[in-house]
Design a protein around this ligand. Sequence first.
Ligand SMILES: *Cc1c(COP(=O)(O)O)cnc(C)c1O
Length: 379
Amino acid sequence: MTRTESPDIAHIARPYLYGGEEAAIASALSAGQYNHGALTEEFEQRIAAFLGVPDVVAVASGTAALHVALLAAGVGPGHEVLVPSFTFCATVQAIVATGARPRFIEVDPGTCCVEAAEVLGALTPDTRAVMPVLYGGRAVDLAPARPALDEQGVTVVEDAAQAFGSWQQERRVGATGVVTCFSFGPVKNLTCGLGGAIVPRTPMEADAYRQLRGLGIIDSAARRAETTTYTVDGFGMRVQMSPLNAAVGLVQLDHFAEAETRRRALWRAYAAALDGVGGVVLVDADVEHTVPPMCAVRVLDGRRDEVFRALRKRGIGVGVHYPPNHTQPAFAQWHRPLPLTERLGREVMTLPFHQHLTEADARHAADELRQVLAAGAGR
Ligand SMILES: *Cc1c(COP(=O)(O)O)cnc(C)c1O
């Protein structure tokens, strides 16, 4: 019997600090710029260098990144955006915020990610954008659909909220030539406290993002310090990334190699411990290329809710990512039958996953899961 004293196992997810974040915030606080400032711009440049791209635009959250990217792509009322129902509700709210309609699509049950064929099959004359969700940090390659999407002027906006640091072949996610949105929320691979970023495809696109995130003003902090006026070039929201958050992110980025190693090791520990356990199937994260933010399994035979409750009772912090969006009351008007997604909604369960956990913790949680499955089997 594996035992752990770790209280961390009761948490499905928890922010992880490397040390240094508090001092960085204190110093940003006394510097006195809280809306947008030099630290935000330094964070953008450091993230761009990490990804291997010319520019990155930081914003207040992953949701704001998706909203800004869709607005800049010209998405609005009368348009349709293809999106998997099997995602965090933020993806869908970002579409609704533009005035466009979400058109919900299925995912592959083995990966919980969308495939090119599903996207092609769901295109309508109103489709203006497609939002692949990089579920569990796994890269999604829509290359086979690109000719048809390009021909119709459909923009691909990746929801890579969970995929910071992951790879698509030999490039980092974000460096593959599509508009990519990251989240740096509390329990993502890298946290700023709250935050997000968009990778633009062109300098013009970067300007559009900067205008939209900062009240319609695109001048840099340095330039504005030198002039007596500013220019409002168009519509804009106030969804900048605060230098206080950028300060946290800069410290986290210095330690990102540790996140990569630890998260992959944890995921592999779960995979090894669950190998051959009946009644449960791992959602494949392609861990060779992925920096996993979570570990998802499918609990078969209609037992998910029972297993979930039993594990919670045993102090194992399991979760559900995600209840499908097409069955949510807020999105009822866009409901269409999605049998694969509905089944995933009944089967998927996520295991405790964060950098406070050790591989022994993962083995312990997997062992508890195995015991719960065996106890209930064949009743
Ligand atoms: C976290 C997350 C978001 C939203 O990011 P925030 O920074 O919390 O706004 C969007 N989509 C997915 C798939 C996420 O996991």
